[in-house]
Design a protein around this ligand. Structure first.
Ligand SMILES: Nc1nc2c(ncn2[C@@H]2O[C@H](COP(=O)(O)OP(=O)(O)OP(=O)(O)O)[C@@H](O)[C@H]2O)c(=O)[nH]1
Ligand SMILES: [Mg+2]
Length: 324
């Protein structure tokens, strides 16, 4: 299952108590204070991990509590640090606290300390003064930070596929990459986003995201669109797929584009390409070809015969590189 939202309650570790202790050695009857500081409590850290694709692994666990710091010891020994908890999340994960964003983890290995462990308290050796050589004072550790956090994934891909159900999006992704999305001749086959890596040139690659098909009204919650539209927001290029036998490609493009804009007006400025898909099934080459009404240029492809796919990959990489 594709999970892109969850909430967790986090509690960092409390700092350890400072120690009260006096040096005791043979022949030194009045040793000075030697109580060490308490250790810091464990942090709770989010870390971006490229091996993860969804928030699935963390959705069952709702509470995390990091270890407390250890108490200070004699001989000015500091307490042990509480162990940090590291919560691994996929790239593109946004962490929010009380509605505001505390981190947007987009680079592999990037970390954010969501809750800081409490500082350890000071031991009595820190309270020695010229007038008080035998302080019995110490501090207890400070409570760790705690709070409720929202974790939201917004896919980061180079190319996002946009189209009505059944337009051939998953077939295209399967053809270009080694991804194996479900493909079938009925609408809403794809129920959750799916990513594939497309290789080109000798060493280069880009990531393409297939999301469930959109229908008119998607931005208002029709179909599955609304739930997944946010996964289009952070793609570099949008690839619109319109079936070759669509009766009105111009109108279809406008509807799709309008749904994206209704969802987030900034999507209007994203670079895009249009594909006429399933070219192998196209019948109409006559004068009333409705594709002639579409003002924007488009690329003809067939994911079955492979027609136009090299050109498409080439055009996509050009746009991706220009928007790097
Ligand atoms: N002839 C032909 N059929 C195609 C081509 N691309 C896809 N199809 C067929 O069109 C149907 C729908 O393909 P999908 O890839 O599942 O479509 P989709 O856009 O992912 O659909 P949803 O997941 O429902 O949004 C399947 O029966 C495919 O085999 C093509 O280039 N030529
Ligand atoms: Mg699909």
């Amino acid at each position: 299952m594709f999970i892109d939202y969850t909430q967790v309650e986090l509690m960092a570790g409390k700092g350890g108590r400072g120690a009260v202790s006096f040096r005791r050695e043979k022949f030194i009857p009045k040793g000075g204070p030697d109580g060490g500081d308490g250790g810091r409590g464990g942090h709770i850290i989010f870390k971006a991990d490229t091996n993860l694709r969804t928030l699935q692994d963390i959705r069952y666990r709702k509470h995390y509590k990091a270890e407390n710091g250890g108490p200070g010891g004699k001989n000015n020994r500091s307490g042990k640090y509480g162990e940090d908890i590291i919560i691994r999340v996929p790239l593109g994960t946004i962490i929010k606290r009380e509605g505001s964003i505390v981190a947007d983890l987009v680079i592999s290995g990037e970390e954010c300390i969501a809750c800081h462990g409490g500082m350890g308290g000071r031991g009595n050796s820190r309270f020695k003064t010229s007038t008080n050589q035998t302080p019995r004072k110490y501090q207890s550790g400070i409570e760790g930070d705690a709070g409720v956090f929202e974790i939201e994934l917004k896919i980061l891909a180079d190319v996002g596929l946009v189209g009505f159900p059944n337009a051939g999006k998953s077939t295209l992704l399967a053809r270009l990459s080694s991804a194996k999305p479900k493909i079938a001749g009925y609408p809403f086959t794809t129920l959750e986003p799916y990513l594939g890596i497309i290789k080109y040139g000798e060493y280069q690659s880009f990531v393409m995201a297939d999301i469930p098909g959109l229908i008119e009204g998607a931005s208002k919650g029709k179909g599955l669109g609304h739930q997944f539209l946010k996964h289009i927001e952070r793609n570099r290029v949008l690839l619109y797929l319109i079936e070759a036998n669509d009766e009105n490609p111009k109108q279809s493009f406008e509807i799709l584009k309008q749904e994206l804009i209704n969802f987030n007006p900034e999507l209007m400025f994203k670079p895009f390409l249009i594909c006429k898909s399933k070219q192998d099934t196209f019948q109409n080459e006559k004068d009333d070809n409705p594709w002639l009404n579409l003002e924007e240029p488009f690329i003809e492809i067939s994911s079955v015969t492979g027609y136009g796919l090299n050109k498409l990959t080439h055009e996509l990489t050009k746009i991706i590189e220009a928007n790097n």
